[in-house]
Design a protein around this ligand. Structure first.
Ligand SMILES: C[S@@+](CC[C@H](N)C(=O)[O-])C[C@H]1O[C@@H](n2cnc3c(N)ncnc32)[C@H](O)[C@@H]1O
Length: 208
């Protein structure tokens, strides 16, 4: 059977239109990020934040941190921002963005002090593993923004994805798993509230 194809074939009019659309999205995101982050700042980032349950609780408990959540889905991001307004949280912002595109679009003067990735889509079928966003390109781009000693906090209920995360961190020259590191803040994300168990991994940026 033929491998599933999600994008049109190369150089077809459909492919060109698709690429132009992607580029327009990237340009718009870059413009938005330049507006939102006009000067040097440090942020706490959640990638794939869903409706923002976790990050809203985190921002409430850490009023001194600027918390930014990103997600692919417009409606989820809108719900997150409503939470921030309702709870009067001036340090909480949600943006619609794809993870790698967001890291490319962030102005150079923005650093990330901590990143959370909670219950990312596990993509259980082998042919879909390429869609898992915890892999080398993301670890590479996060490393470029995060200082030695800073952490990526990963959590999943999916055994296979947890093993994958451990392996990806082990393969990266920029990150080292720290089994002794405490989970920095407990508040259930929406997915966590549906799960009976999960595993967590804290990856620390190494000094190079
Ligand atoms: C399973 S949900 C988990 C949501 C939330 N972290 C939680 O624990 O409740 C995964 C989320 O990641 C988002 N997502 C998937 N791929 C993404 C990507 N490449 N960049 C940003 N968000 C992404 C999805 O839209 C979805 O909201």
């Amino acid at each position: 059977m033929e491998e599933e194809s999600e994008n049109p074939s190369p150089m077809s009019p459909e492919r060109l239109a698709y690429e132009a659309g992607r580029q327009a999205t990237r340009d718009a995101l870059k413009k938005k990020c330049a507006e939102v982050f006009p000067k040097a700042c440090a942020i706490t980032l959640e990638i794939g934040c869903g409706h923002g349950h976790f990050l809203a609780a985190y921002a409430t408990a850490h009023p001194q941190e600027q918390c930014v959540g990103i997600d692919l889905v417009t409606q989820r991001v809108a719900k997150g921002n409503k939470k921030g307004v309702k709870q009067n949280l001036g340090n909480l912002l949600f943006l619609k963005a794809e993870a790698l595109e967001f890291l490319d679009a962030l102005p150079a003067h923005v650093t990330i002090v901590r990143t959370f990735i909670l219950f990312p889509d596990p993509w259980p079928k082998k042919r879909h593993w390429k869609h898992r966003f915890v892999q080398q390109p993301l670890l590479e781009k996060l490393a470029a923004r995060m200082a030695p000693g800073s952490e990526i906090c990963l959590r999943t209920d999916h055994e296979g994805y947890f093993a994958w995360m451990v392996d990806q961190v082990a393969q990266s020259p920029h990150w080292k798993a720290d089994p002794a590191a405490p989970w920095p803040f407990e508040a259930p994300s929406f997915f966590q509230s549906l799960m009976e168990s999960w595993q967590s991994l804290v990856a620390v940026r190494v000094r190079e």
